[in-house]
Design a binder for this molecule. Sequence first.
Ligand SMILES: Nc1nc2c(ncn2[C@@H]2O[C@H](COP(=O)(O)OP(=O)(O)O)[C@@H](O)[C@H]2O)c(=O)[nH]1
Ligand SMILES: [Mg+2]
Ligand SMILES: [Zn+2]
Length: 372
Amino acid sequence: MSTMKPSETALTMDLVQSLSTLGWSPFFQTHLENLYDGKLEPARVVGVRKNRFYVSQGKGEWLATTAGRLNHQIDCLYPVAGDWVIMTDDVIYSVLPRKNALSRGAAGRHGKQKAQPTRGQVIAANLDTVFVVCGLDRDFNLRRIERCLTLIYNCGLNPAIILTKADLHIFPEKFISEVETVAFGVPVQLVSANDSLGLAQLEEYLSPGKTVTMIGSSGAGKSTLVNRLYGKSVQSTGSISENVGKGKHTTTSRDLIIMPRGGMVIDNPGIREIAFWDGDGGVELAFPEIERLALECRFSDCSHMHEPGCRVNQALIEGEITSDRMESYQKMKREMMYLSDRQQKTSDRVEKERWKPVALKIKAIKKRRGNG
Ligand SMILES: Nc1nc2c(ncn2[C@@H]2O[C@H](COP(=O)(O)OP(=O)(O)O)[C@@H](O)[C@H]2O)c(=O)[nH]1
Ligand SMILES: [Mg+2]
Ligand SMILES: [Zn+2]
């Protein structure tokens, strides 16, 4: 690491070397230099247990708690898996600025974040790739893949789509082309728990210091995949948890697993609800073919609903784009609009406005009944 200047921060060369196996980089080093006071050291959050955190400096891990300030001050960052924190012994004093983060219900590409996602919305931090894990069973759903991609793009992250349970089909390859119709230019990989299909390709995302996180429904096969990549069982999987009890998630906390060859995987519990706001180009990136057509609409603010000269609607009629695809595009656009609206106004006011047309209609009906 020639670009690092450990002497300025009094971190020993040994420590810097050890930290870099966990993805420590000049980005964090620079931020550390602004905060460093001689006693504190950086560590990466590798596990979250309610309000306690497993941290690591590259060799072993230990349990830490947060300093009072972090618990009471709501506007400061609160640690999630993948975060770099500044600490002494077993107390975390602060979270170093994030290179990026996967958050539900929030957006903003690094550098120009308009609003920080609130606590509890951030799933994982400092990521190189997000695997969208989808099982080739009942889990398979193109609309959900679209939603995941929009969320990932909104967070300024790089996706890869992993289709698990390929063993359930004689020709699983046909799913790749299906996914490719909704995921332009996104790598799609088939994997299976029973053989090494696709594993070598996934290793590419897990070179030393790189961090991958996974999103996907519970039961999609995420933990099974981690175990396959690791080479032995490090995460408990569905088949075991079924005995634990109904409604219990196998992965109860997010954990960063250091792979034998140096990459890291954060295994997340299934994200049941994917919501976002304030589109930061996520929809545009997830629906590039529609966005391209929209440039040819007569009106630059065309809603592609009823306007004359709408190129998107023409494409829909001519079968150039499917109605399913168009519907999810419109749905996500509406959702973004609603959510960015909510950001400005108070949510109950938006709610009131949302119901205003309905309320007016009811009023009109009542009036008519009263008169007639
Ligand atoms: N047939 C088949 N079953 C799988 C595969 N991967 C996972 N499973 C099963 O799917 C269930 C859920 O897997 P798990 O890894 O716990 O899913 P997670 O909730 O996403 O972590 C378990 O019963 C696994 O045995 C696969 O490639 N093929
Ligand atoms: Mg799991
Ligand atoms: Zn249009």
